[in-house]
Write a protein that binds this ligand. Structure first.
Ligand SMILES: [Zn+2]
Length: 59
């Protein structure tokens, strides 16, 4: 039990070799027909403080 709910929302970007967190910015994107979002690079979970490492890739 080392993953909090927020940890599950991070995903690993293989090419950038970094963990990213998607945050909707509240603007509707008509091209994607969905909310636009920004990606924030994270090294630690800001909720539980767990360090994100490459061995944590989700399958
Ligand atoms: Zn966490």
């Amino acid at each position: 039990m080392d993953n909090c709910k927020t940890c599950d929302e991070f995903y690993y970007n293989e090419s950038a070799k970094s963990w990213l967190y998607k945050v909707e910015n509240g603007h509707w994107d008509y091209y994607k027909d969905g909310f636009d979002y920004i990606e924030i690079e994270v090294k630690y979970c800001f909720k539980c403080g767990r360090k994100l490492g490459e061995h944590r890739i989700k399958w």
